[in-house]
Design a protein around this ligand. Sequence first.
Ligand code: ADP
Ligand code: MG
Length: 266
Amino acid sequence: RDWRIFKEDYNIVSKNVINDIKPLRNWDEIPKLIPSKIIDLIYKLKYDNPTPIQRASIPITLNNQDIIGIAKTGSGKTLAFLIPLLTYLLNIDDNYFKYEHKQQDEFNKPLSLILVPTRELALQITKEANKFCQDLGINVICIIGGHQYEETINSIQNGGGVHIVVATPGRLIDSLERHIIDLGKCYHLIMDEADRMIDMGFEASLNSIFKYLPTENQLKSTIDSKIFNINHRITLMFTATITTAIEKISKNYLINPAYITIGNAG
Ligand code: ADP
Ligand code: MG
C-alpha cells in the first residue's frame, strides 16, 4: 500500500527507520498514536493537518527511535518534537504526576530538556508548549539569561515541580552548577537548531550538559520502567544542515538515529 498520498510526501526522505514506520497522514490516524487530549488541543489551535516534518518524525519518535530532523525554518519543527514529548509525558503513570513528582526533593528534576541557541527561541518554544501544557497539567519552565535565579527557583517550587525545561546552554550550566536544576531524571533530550548552537560556540557547553544527564544504567535504576514505558533516553536533534560537528554530536549522544530530510534542506 502506498502511504504517500500527499504530494509533499515525495519531499520526505527518511533513512535508517526502524520497522519501516510510515508518515502520519492525519493527526487522529488509526492506530491511535497521540492521546485524544492532545489531538483536541491541536485542532483547537487550528493545526488542522501535520506538516511533512511532523508527519514523518512523530511516528518514528513514538516508536522510541532517536531522530535527526533536517528541515528549513518554518517547516513546523516545534510541534514535531513537542507532540511526541507531551505524548510521552501523558503516557506516564498518573501516580508519577500525582504522587511521586509531588515530593519536594523531586521538584527540580525535569523529565525533558529542550536546548536551543537563543533566548528568543526559548521563549517562543515555551509559549507554544504552554498552549498545550496548561490544560494537560504539565509544568514548563524557561531557563535563560536575564531571568533572576530566584524567579526560576520560585516557579519550580510554586508550580509544584517542573516536567519540561526549555533552556539556552550557558544559563543551564549555571543553573546545574547551582543545583537549581537536576537532570538526574531527564530522559528526553531535544536539541533544536543544533547547527546554530554550534555556530554560536556552544559545542563545549553541550558536552558539559551531557555529563549531567543520567547514563543508561542510571536511568534504569532511577526510573521505574513501568511508570515511564521506556528505559532509555530519547534524543531528538533538529538542524537546517548536517555538518561534521553535527555528525560528531550525533555519534556521541544519539543512538541509531533515523535521518529525516524534508525538501531540499541539508
Ligand atoms: P520551524 O521551527 O521549523 O522554523 P515552527 O515550529 O516555528 O517552524 O512553525 C512555523 C509556523 O508554522 C508557526 O507559526 C506554527 O504555529 C505554524 N505551524 C506549525 N505546525 C503547523 C501545522 N501543523 N498546521 C498549521 N500551522 C502550523
Ligand atoms: Mg524552530
